[in-house]
Design a protein around this ligand. Sequence first.
Ligand code: RB5
Length: 158
Amino acid sequence: MTQRVAIGADHGGFPLKAELVPWLRESGYEVLDLGAETLVPTDDYPDYALAVAGAVASGKAQRGIIICGSGVGACIVANKVSGVRACPCHDTYSAHQGVEHDDMNVLCLGARVVGGALAREVVEAFLKAEFLNEERFKRRLQKVLDIESRNMVKKKGG
Ligand code: RB5
């Protein structure tokens, strides 16, 4: 069961993060808010995406949510961190199926793509989903992990 959720957003995602954080806390999740703390129109999505991805990769949080304007930049950055499987999802099917089949552990949202109500439904589908421990999904995940270990440099101690 997901308990701790790391969340981060640049200026493009800041208003949606401000809406989601209190709602997540009211829903019973422990939220690790990794910024931005204020709306800074010149800030850069890689900084927040890396912070969230690092928290998930290190086990400080079980799941991560990164919000930028489109969800795309956040996803590009997060997938460069070993152990992170991130994707932009703006529909509930992808949000739960991505966890169930692919063990997605970071959800990327585009605040210029979805409104708050849909974002909450997508986040709920993502956080409530669990990886399905079935042979075919485990086999495919192992192939993903093998590709990762052949192509990504692991950080010392991580
Ligand atoms: C920022 O204006 C915007 O480019 C960023 O939030 C994001 O959409 C990048 O993918």
